[in-house]
Design a protein around this ligand. Sequence first.
Ligand code: GZL
Length: 329
Amino acid sequence: MKKIFFVALALALLVCVSAASADVVIAFSQIGQESDWRTANTDDLKSAIENHPGWKLVYDDGQQKQENQIKALRNFITQNVDYILFTGVVSTGWDEVLKEVNEAEIPLLLIDRIPDCADKIDYVAAFGGDFVEEGRRQVAWAGEYLKKIGKGDTDVNIVIMEGTTGASAQTGRTEGNLKALKEYPHLKLVGQQSGNFTRAEGQAVMESWLKSIDKIDVLIAQNDDMALGAIDAIKAAGKVPGKDIIILGCDSVKAAFDSIVAGEMNCTVECTPLYGKFVVPTIEALIRGEKFDKTVVHPEEGVFDMDGGIDLGTVKSIKAADVIATRQY
Ligand code: GZL
């Protein structure tokens, strides 16, 4: 009799312990590994979640394919995870699967890129860059810098290397780029092509431009990885990056700071990948029963260049060499 009692007690204890340590399961559908920004974004969110007591991460790398991400989201529903983090490789084609997430009543947090269907689905909150402003800042920096070096009234040829076609980061930055070009009539747009946010494709696009366009004075690359690839092509063509061609990136990853300090890149517009500090308190608040309704957070972001002091209205540029040691990604 005694033995049965102790076995029952042990079983009851086991059930209590396992219930108490039951994980909060957070699933993350990530785009891929196309850029240093993406790696920093993944590492930051992974460590924020995996280092949180009682939380468990289910991670999926979509390898930059929408069909992979849709499959992952459906797997998360089947696994009945507690929360879903999602950033889409492109802006369209998510309506059906995100409605399935809503129907499964799994709270959805949008990271980085906000899908076009955002108005038609439920989500807790969206954390991402203001891509239109980032694109505006790129062209405004070029216009103001040319004024500073006495070329404000000189016609110069500019090329825009776009990110992944159809990604909100690309469409937003392009909108900002083109809107700002109207403020600087001497900036003549002579090329506009996607480098898909990767260093290799950025190098290939720049190689083709150097063969097909007579004179390029300014490159606006919609992320740092493509700018770094373009720099490789410019050097291979015997030209001096940062001098023969003014080069702007976006993201402000470490490699861009190194390139600016080395004098090969002129400016990078910041787009932070560090969203763990927003996601963790939001999920903790949800666990406490707090309610959210499509909160949108655009973090403060800066602009970094060779010398600092360029006034862009909403922000003044900072000398990259002065802050490189403090950078977190
Ligand atoms: C921006 C992000 C973009 C980065 C690229 O928030 O979506 O995707 O600018 C990354 O580096 O590939």
